[in-house]
Design a protein around this ligand. Structure first.
Ligand code: DQA
Length: 147
């Protein structure tokens, strides 16, 4: 099984960026630990981060035919990007939306998600542990679908 972790704008700054909200862990560490967790479950996980909407759209397109599931923290594009939504629906790969912070407990413009209604599920508010929960949720979903 092959999974893809996507991170959107400003998530490359994790560790330095608003640590009160997003914690002290860097994206490199989060990605590495998630790859290990995936490997322990017998799954390959690739990761990609970009600050550019079109680059994320392109990476979603590339996943078509090879990737079984996507974990996505689209950052601010969650709340703005119809293009990313269309890309995810276009390739028809199941995805889980995730966030470090609890977006529902923040500004009202973060309550809107262009991805959530078509996601397998949404994980939000557990800091870096959101990534682990999202991985477990996606694996559980994919294994049920396969069975
Ligand atoms: C975020 C929440 C978004 O609203 C914000 O724009 C981010 C990070 C999170 O992980 O909590 O960049 O996706």
């Amino acid at each position: 099984m092959q999974l893809l972790l996507l991170n959107g704008p400003n998530l490359n700054l994790l560790g330095q960026r608003e640590p009160g909200l997003y914690g002290h862990q860097t994206l490199d560490v989060i990605e590495q630990q998630l790859k290990e967790r995936a490997a322990a479950a017998g799954v390959r996980l690739d990761s990609y981060q970009s600050n550019f909407e079109g680059a994320l759209v392109e990476r979603v397109h590339q996943a078509m035919g090879t990737v079984n599931g996507i974990l996505i923290n689209a950052g601010a594009f969650t709340h703005t990007s119809i293009a990313l939504r269309d890309a995810l629906l276009g390739v028809a790969i199941p995805y889980v939306e995730l966030h470090l912070s609890n977006t529902q407990a923040r500004e009202s413009f973060r309550h809107q998600s262009y991805l959530a209604d078509r996601a397998v599920g949404v994980v939000s508010g557990f800091g870096p542990f959101s990534y682990d929960l999202a991985l477990d949720g996606l694996l559980n979903y994919l294994r049920q679908v396969e069975a």
